[in-house]
Design a protein around this ligand. Structure first.
Ligand code: HEC
Ligand SMILES: [Cu+2]
Length: 340
């Protein structure tokens, strides 16, 4: 038996709904389903009825001379219009909520690679798939607290982060937790993110929902929602040996020479200080501005000339693409975020 078969059990028409968003998505889905059913019955039922009612009964029957009916024409345009606008507005409200990140969300880095998931917590704890005592594969399991918003920062990476095999290239994946009704592509070369808040304890499936190669169908993970205290105990146990991501980043800041050009106390050296930059609007040379988020930091480190901070010379900062591996970039980003 395939190792994942016991995971693949469903017990209702819809997956369990374990978030507030999930209930809202289900309500929209139910509304669309039922309104479509009613429209279908009215339309196809009416058509069938008239087909029989107005069937030509003899060779000399003449088609009635009908031009138009203002009332009916108005109604069959206006009622669907109202339904469409209503569905759009409702969908937009829920989508907006899905895409508005709460300030206080707990953050977990998610890595998708061919063909598995990896979770990295801020304290350096790393979770990957394992094997149990009987030699069966156990899926990578992301443990999260119930009732707290969680933001995942997702990256698609090489199988071997430190290697430079040109064939080991990251590919497109998609992160999907059916019970939470949230889904987001994981795209090579940038970070994408998603947030959710589990309202129920339990074990929920995590699927890759974008075909990503031969191992795609077995790219299964789990999300385990537990009470906050249990989560905290779990997180503290066997924390990363290398220290928190921010601490690892602090060490890299010194060893990779960032320290020579970037201060931590707000003073301008060669480049801008890291103090408080995260979350701020950064003016860009040549006009416009960007919000300093994880993706902007990543780009600024790997390819600093893509967007040059206004008032600073382009071409001064060496591009770190190829000099830092994916894990080091994440650590540096968490370090910069921690410099308040
Ligand atoms: C030789 C000096 C130099 C070194 C070394 C250097 N930087 Fe920079 N950095 C700059 C300059 C100058 C800028 C502003 C121009 C630009 O955006 O490219 C900058 C911009 C940045 C920005 C964008 C800041 C903003 O507010 O928009 C980040 C993030 C950054 N550097 C991170 C790093 C990290 C991390 C390292 C070490 C791995 C590093 N830099 C090493 C000079 C340097
Ligand atoms: Cu995948």
């Amino acid at each position: 038996m395939m190792w994942w078969l016991p995971l693949a059990k469903a017990d209702s028409f819809m997956p369990p709904a374990a978030t507030e968003i999930a209930s809202q998505v289900d309500s929209i889905y139910a509304f669309l389903l039922w309104s479509s059913l009613v429209s279908f019955i009215l339309l196809i039922g009416g058509m069938t009825f008239f087909v029989f009612k107005y069937k030509r009964k003899s060779a000399t029957d003449k088609t009635a001379y009908i031009t138009h009916n203002h009332t009916f024409e108005f109604l069959w345009s206006f009622i669907p219009f109202v339904l469409f606008i209503f569905s759009f507005a409702w969908g937009w409200v829920v989508y907006h909520e899905m895409r508005t990140f709460p300030e206080n969300a707990l953050e977990v880095h998610v890595v998708a690679k061919k063909w598995d998931w990896k979770f990295i917590y801020k304290n350096g704890k790393e979770i990957t798939a394992g094997v149990d005592a009987s030699g069966k594969k156990t899926p990578a399991t992301m443990v999260i607290p119930v009732g707290r918003p969680v933001k995942v920062i997702m990256a698609s990476e090489k199988i071997n982060p430190a290697g430079d095999d040109p064939k080991d290239r990251p590919v497109l994946h998609s992160f999907f937790i059916p019970a939470f009704r949230v889904k987001q592509d994981v795209v090579p070369g940038r970070y994408t993110s998603l947030w959710f808040q589990a309202e129920k304890e339990g074990d929920f499936h995590l699927f890759c929902t974008e075909y990503c190669g031969a191992g795609h169908s077995a790219m299964l993970g789990m999300v385990k929602a537990v009470p906050v205290e249990e989560y905290e105990r779990w997180l503290a146990a066997e924390a990363g040996a290398a220290g928190s991501l921010a601490d690892q980043g602090r060490a890299l800041y010194a060893s990779k020479a960032c320290i020579g050009c970037h201060s931590l106390d707000g003073t301008r050296v060669v480049g801008p200080s890291f103090k408080g930059i995260f979350g701020h609007e950064q003016a860009i040379e040549g006009g416009g501005s960007v919000k300093v988020d994880e993706d902007y930091l990543r780009e600024s480190i790997l390819n600093p000339n893509a967007k040059v901070a206004a008032g600073y010379p382009a071409g001064t900062m060496p591009p770190y693409a190829g000099q830092l591996n994916d894990d080091e970039v994440k650590a540096l980003i968490e370090f910069i975020k921690s410099v308040k």
